[in-house]
Design a binder for this molecule. Sequence first.
Ligand code: HEC
Length: 184
Amino acid sequence: MTTGPVGEPAPADPEPLADADEHHDGAAIPALRLLRNAYVLVAVAGLGFFLLSFLALAVWPNQTLDKEITATRPTGLPQLAANELRGRDIYGREGCLNCHSQLIRSTQDDVRRFGVPTKAWETADEFPQMWGTRRIGPDLARERGRKSRDWHFAHLWNPRSVVPDSNMPRYPWLFERRRDQAGR
Ligand code: HEC
């Protein structure tokens, strides 16, 4: 006690409640005896659910995906050529994937606009994958063959020269050939 009349003895602790011990007597009832080890049950159940979710959300989908890729991947595909790999680097460097996706979903609208839905094997070996998350511009997964080479050059130089209301940025520096890049 830090308050109260000076010199008075501190009041004694209150008497313990008569039934205070009853809380410990739960063990007397068989069902409650189990609960004494509740922490073991909770730990086992927690670990069990964690393992279950790991199997259901990580292991199983991965195996299914691997099987799908092996089953659908065409054999004898060529590796990407050097200039294709360089294009990929430029695509990543310039942030094209901030506006373009390369992943056609199997929804009706996507298929109508962009073509056959992307299969898992198509990007299985890509690292990092450049699926993109936004479509300010169209999906480019099936861009090949849609427009001519000249169209692409003009479009990258200045998109407005071929698509007047385009809001895609210009990329004129892609046409500069610096000495250290000679021949590239
Ligand atoms: C700020 C967003 C934005 C960025 C960044 C961007 N684009 Fe685009 N892109 C668009 C928009 C919008 C269109 C549709 C209008 C047009 O054709 O210009 C488009 C269209 C295109 C098209 C024509 C598709 C078609 O078939 O009509 C190609 C190819 C393309 N972009 C490639 C690129 C490349 C390569 C880069 C990176 C060097 C890039 N884009 C960066 C917004 C963007």
